[in-house]
Design a binder for this molecule. Structure first.
Ligand SMILES: C[S@@+](CC[C@H](N)C(=O)[O-])C[C@H]1O[C@@H](n2cnc3c(N)ncnc32)[C@H](O)[C@@H]1O
Ligand code: SF4
Length: 304
């Protein structure tokens, strides 16, 4: 989702921005990079995005005002969380199918102007989303006892959870404020206890869970510093809090895709795009031991 006509927002905000192709230029095989002859200065380090495909370079640009230049540079250059949207959707909802990651060209990493240049990228075919979800699936396969899944959404992890519940190893309670999602979940997961409510309204007095799951819902909470302590207070001694989420990302779209997405029905749903480091810092005051932490990096997807 992207909006291009206003300044950085407080309250709900976008979790992605669009790069739109402006033109192409040639980079013949075996020839030096054309930017070395023409100069690198016409291109912004963050707002320009060059993608090599064979002997052509797509020159793209983002005009977003939802993200500051520093945020755009962090997303594009430090974390390399930029993707080509190969879907026909208003907003990608199945990243493994809808998106292809971009990675810096090997030629750039040894180039003398690497630090100052906008750099050039190429599409990676590997499905990094499924790969990076595997450790999360493995952690879910280990849960036992009473499980509270906050913002359980669309039954994404049913294949792992259902056998645990039917084997009597897990008692599962999901919390989901979206009425349609909660109804869908009740239909698909007859074994689950689903509470249709925002987590902020849950009465957790006397509640006692072995595991609390906050999977891609943390960045949706208006005030996580109110929500998370209450959830931690509902954990049994030795219980675990599992938080996973996504950082912001840039999407390469053609003019038609971008216009359709920006006019589409998708709403801003995130209050922030925090990464693991911000969440670990923010929750440092809680009586928790950090057992495991996964970072977003150039070689990973945007999930931590
Ligand atoms: C990106 S989806 C993630 C769904 C699922 N946990 C997953 O990992 O696929 C975020 C979910 O958080 C839910 N959510 C948003 N605000 C919430 C709140 N205040 N309390 C509980 N859930 C919330 C949304 O309705 C949505 O289902
Ligand atoms: S860093 Fe990459 S894009 Fe920039 S001049 Fe060098 S090879 Fe070309």
């Amino acid at each position: 989702m992207d909006r291009t006509n206003c300044g950085p927002v407080a309250g709900v905000r976008s979790n992605s921005f669009n790069y739109v192709e402006e033109r192409t230029m040639a980079w013949p095989t075996g020839a030096p990079c054309p930017l070395l002859a023409d100069g690198t200065t016409p291109y912004d380090r963050g707002r320009s995005l060059l993608i090599r495909n064979g002997e052509a370079i797509r020159v793209c640009r983002t005009a977003t005002r939802d993200f500051s230049d520093v945020e755009i540079e962090t997303t594009k250059r430090r974390l390399e969380q930029i993707y080509v949207d190969v879907s026909d959707k208003h907003a990608p909802d199945d990243f493994a199918t809808d998106l292809r990651k971009l990675a810096v060209l090997p030629e750039c990493t040894t180039c003398g102007v690497y630090e100052s240049c906008t750099r050039c990228y190429q599409m990676v075919q590997d499905d990094i989303f499924t790969r990076d979800d595997a450790p999360l699936l493995a952690l879910l396969a280990e849960v036992r006892g009473d499980v509270l899944d906050v913002g359980c959404g669309d039954a994404r992890y049913g294949d792992v959870l259902a056998p645990l519940v039917t084997a009597g190893l897990v008692r599962y309670r999901g919390v989901e404020p979206n009425a349609e999602a909660a109804a869908r979940l009740r239909g698909r997961w007859p074994w689950a206890s689903i509470t249709e409510a925002p987590v902020e309204t849950l009465d957790l007095d006397g509640a006692s869970y072995d595991h609390v799951l906050v999977l891609r819902s943390y960045n949706h909470f208006r005030d996580p510093l109110r929500v998370i302590p209450a959830l931690v207070g509902a954990l049994r001694p030795g219980g675990t809090l599992l938080v996973a989420d996504n950082v912001a990302f840039g999407l390469v779209r053609d003019e038609r895709q971008a216009e359709r997405a920006e006019a589409g029905p998708a709403r801003f749903e995130h209050y922030r795009n925090d990464a693991a480091e911000q969440v670990v810092d923010a929750l440092a005051f809680l009586p928790l031991d950090l057992v495991r932490r996964a970072e977003v990096a150039p070689a990973t997807s945007n999930q931590w």
